[in-house]
Write a protein that binds this ligand. Structure first.
Ligand code: C2E
Ligand code: CA
Ligand code: CA
Ligand code: CA
Length: 279
């Protein structure tokens, strides 16, 4: 559709098939994109449901392609993961997010934080260089608490010595660990006991139709109660309506994220949106 074309582009659309694009070409292009500054972050607010204030923003990666416009992560993250490119890409994302949150803190005087998605592949041997990342935080004068790392249940399931050690290094530095998409993966509650997780993100699936579906309500209530008992905070994802917001707030959910507050937007737009609120 033409109206969608400018700012959203599907890499695997039929027009692309016509242009005989191979996986290899795409990879080369993505590699160049990282070096060329085409990899940008959009930010979506995470609201503290107890105070009503914005606590942090999740950094969501986009590829600003010179010909195809804005390409969404669903169209290139899997390719990056399977090729190993996720390592330089992920490092770039982390550094960019850290610089951005440092700038925001400086600008606003508020203790904002940024939440960064990290793929399981980044925890493998030559992956995520925790030493480099932590020294960047020090150079920026950022406390660890300014950064949250979002991991998935898959990482915990496939966890090695290495994973545990890297997670522990981050936690020792004060970085919070969030378990993303909770309830959709290979959930095993034993992971929650075995790993130090600070936050659970309830997947949008359970938040959808909260008002109409009593099973979703029961699941959300159970997740919130269990998390609090285990000393974790809860973020609900994919909040799109006032009703969902009200229900989750009343149920004791700690944070909310979703289109109801804002979509993910460019850094500048995020700051303008934040400053226009009275929190
Ligand atoms: P995610 O981590 O679960 O991120 C939430 C996704 O849901 C985002 O899509 C966000 O824009 C969308 N979303 C947020 N609120 C709502 C809502 O109220 N309604 C609906 N319908 N959607 C909502 P996005 O930006 O397309 O990202 C998709 C996925 O790509 C992310 O899912 C994450 O798994 C991955 N991703 C994004 N950025 C990165 C990154 O820097 N590194 C890695 N490894 N993965 C990333
Ligand atoms: Ca996430
Ligand atoms: Ca998620
Ligand atoms: Ca998700």
């Amino acid at each position: 559709a033409k109206d969608k074309g400018r700012n959203q582009y599907c890499l695997f659309s039929s027009t692309m098939h016509d242009s005989v694009r191979t996986r290899h070409d795409l990879l080369r292009e993505l590699q160049l994109a990282i070096d060329d500054g085409q990899i940008v972050l959009h930010y979506q607010p995470i609201v503290d449901l107890h105070t009503g204030c914005v606590a942090k923003a999740e950094a969501l990666v986009r590829w600003q392609h010179p010909d195809h416009g804005l390409i969404m992560p669903g169209d290139f993250i899997a390719l990056a993961e399977s090729s190993g490119l996720i390592v330089p890409l992920g490092e770039h994302v982390f550094m960019q997010a850290a610089h951005q949150v440092a700038a925001w803190r400086h600008q606003t005087g508020r203790e904002l934080a940024v939440s960064v998605n990290v793929s399981p592949a980044q925890f493998q041997s030559e992956g995520l260089n925790s030493t480099a990342l932590l020294s960047t935080l020090r150079e920026l004068n950022l406390p660890g608490a300014a950064v949250t790392i979002e991991i998935t249940e898959r990482l915990l399931m496939e966890s090695t010595e290495q994973t545990s050690r890297k997670l522990q290094e981050f936690r020792d530095a004060g970085i919070h660990i969030a378990l993303d998409d909770f309830g959709t993966g290979y959930s095993s509650l034993s992971y929650l006991k075995r790993f130090d997780i600070d936050l659970l993100k309830i997947d949008k699936n359970f938040v959808d139709d909260l008002t109409g579906n009593s099973q979703n309500r029961a699941l959300c209530e159970a997740i919130i109660t269990m998390s609090h008992e285990l000393g974790m905070k809860v973020v609900a994802e994919g909040i799109e309506s006032q009703e969902q917001h009200d229900w989750l707030r009343a149920a004791g959910c700690d944070y909310g994220q979703g289109y109801f507050y804002s979509r993910a937007v460019e850094a500048g737009a995020f700051m303008r949106w934040l400053c226009a609120r009275d929190d």
